[in-house]
Design a protein around this ligand. Structure first.
Ligand code: FAD
Length: 450
């Protein structure tokens, strides 16, 4: 069969794939993008976007409680039409699909609604047998949620199933201690579910600063999430309409309406024909890339979650854009710097973090100095809320260069971006101190840490 010829073929139309396709097209390249599922990948369909919609609803539920305690005449348990929330969420997502499709049409990127795999270093074949040849092939096929292998695991869902819930679940077990487990636990609790968070290790969020993660755990407890550390799930069994979890070190009441695993994600590499093309894979099946997103085969590149490196949407996008700038845009040194990537855990309140935790900074630099602000935000105080904020700054060296900022508190998600610029630019503690505060805000505490 004769193959169709392109300059660039992209496998995957998620965050990384779309960014690669659009940037390649901006340099005048002839681009085909293969994507069998709705446009936007994990982020738009079963990740950041629907998650943030649920977080916003949960945030509103909490604020309604604060408003009531401040004198507003609202019922103690205001009802939520879950179906309306899902409709609004879906409408938002549908609008994103349309705007991506419009951009594909405008930029001339050819979208193929089919899965692809490699035949050789320059040829991709679709499930229907159509072949595409290109000088450059970008692998951006993302990752999928993993479940542990244990008896009855099929009774539990994963984050994709959380987004498919058609009504608020009653009693929920969330298994895992990473950011997805924490976020889903917080949302479900705020929307009225009973939630047990079952964590195998001794702490939450092991890539984040330990002290700040401990405060986040305390906030979850104050909100009524049951937290169980050192808890091992051994099996799940059906018990009438519910699920019984066999646990080591878990709650006494181990019967749940819904069980969700948030126990990690694996790269979408099986069936891609990568080994046949000579592309080297890592231990967990991820595509191995160098600092420039090159795989072991010239002309084949990989970006985003499939590489297993800092699995966040803006990282996939930035890596893809830099890659196309280098390969097609004549910027021979363009590459993404994976240091100081800011990220937010959408807990209630959120945790925003950039740079190194105190533990990591200690390992890398030896001596570190830390500065703090612990406070009760004004709205929490007025509304008799319990939740506390904790801001922490980690500095190193004689000039006290700021190498980490960790903000757990209201507005941290919005506050952090500007400070991430400062950290990336090498800000020192003195420069932070010399910056005049904006009063009265939570953000001012970042420049007032002691
Ligand atoms: P994806 O977006 O997953 O896209 C990969 C695409 O490839 C998919 O559409 C898939 O259908 C397609 N594909 C797979 N195999 C093939 C094939 N053989 N041929 C063609 N196409 C194929 N990140 C953030 O930055 N902020 C957040 O708040 C955030 N929240 C998240 C919440 C959840 C619950 C989850 C699961 C993830 C979240 N993430 C968040 C992570 C973020 O979604 C990912 O990092 C991002 O989507 C990765 O983009 P990607 O392009 O690598 O992969």
């Amino acid at each position: 069969m004769s193959a169709r010829n392109y300059d660039v073929v992209v496998l995957g139309g998620g965050s990384g794939g779309l960014a690669a396709a659009f940037r390649a097209a901006s340099y005048g390249a002839k681009v085909a993008m293969l994507e069998p599922a709705p446009l936007g990948g994990t982020c738009v369909n079963v990740g950041c976007v629907p998650k943030k919609a649920m977080w916003l609803a949960a945030d509103l539920a909490e604020r309604i409680g604060l408003a009531r305690r401040m004198g507003f005449d609202v019922p103690a348990e205001p009802g939520l039409a879950w179906s309306t929330l899902l409709e609004r969420r879906q409408q938002y997502i549908t609008n994103i699909h349309s705007s991506y499709q419009k951009r594909l049409d405008e930029t001339g990127v050819v979208r193929i609604s089919n899965r692809g795999h490699l035949i050789d270093a320059h040829t991709v074949e679709c499930e229907d047998g159509t072949q595409f040849r290109a000088e450059h092939i970008v692998i951006a096929t993302g990752a999928h949620p993993l479940k542990p292998t244990l008896p009855g695991a099929e009774l539990g869902g994963v984050s994709d199933d959380f987004f498919a819930l058609q009504a608020r679940p009653g009693r929920v077990a969330l298994i895992g201690g990473g950011y997805i487990a924490v976020e889903l636990a917080g949302v479900l609790r705020a929307l009225g579910s009973e939630v047990a968070l079952l964590v195998r290790g001794q702490r939450l969020l092991d890539k984040f600063d330990a002290e700040v993660a401990d405060q986040l755990a305390e906030n979850l407890r104050l909100q009524g999430v049951e937290l169980h550390f050192g808890c091992k799930v051994e099996a799940l069994q059906r018990q009438h309409a519910q699920i019984r979890a066999q646990l080591h070190n878990g709650p006494e009441q181990a019967v749940f309406d819904t069980v969700l695993f948030a126990t990690g994600r694996g790269p979408n590499t099986p069936g891609l024909g990568l080994e046949r093309a000579g592309v080297k894979l890592g231990e967990k099946g991820q595509v191995e890339v160098d600092d420039y997103q090159n795989t072991s085969v010239p002309g084949i590149y990989a970006v985003g979650d499939v590489t297993g490196r800092v699995t966040l949407t803006p990282v996939a996008i930035a890596a893809a854009r830099r890659l196309m700038d280098r390969v097609l845009g004549g910027q021979s040194q363009a590459r993404l710097d994976y240091e100081d990537v800011p990220s937010v855990v959408f807990a209630h309140p959120p945790l925003g973090s950039v740079g190194l935790s105190e533990e990591e900074a200690g390992k890398r630099f030896g001596k570190v100095s830390t500065y703090y602000s612990r406070f009760r935000p004004m709205l929490q105080a007025l509304g008799q809320g319990e939740v506390r904020s904790l801001f922490k700054m980690v500095c190193v060296g004689e000039d006290e260069k700021v190498v980490g900022i960790h903000l757990l508190g209201e507005g941290a998600d919005e506050i952090l971006q500007g400070f991430a610029v400062a950290v990336k630019a090498g800000v020192t503690r003195r420069q932070m101190e010399e910056t005049v505060a904006i009063h009265p805000t939570s953000a001012e505490e970042v420049v007032l840490m002691r």
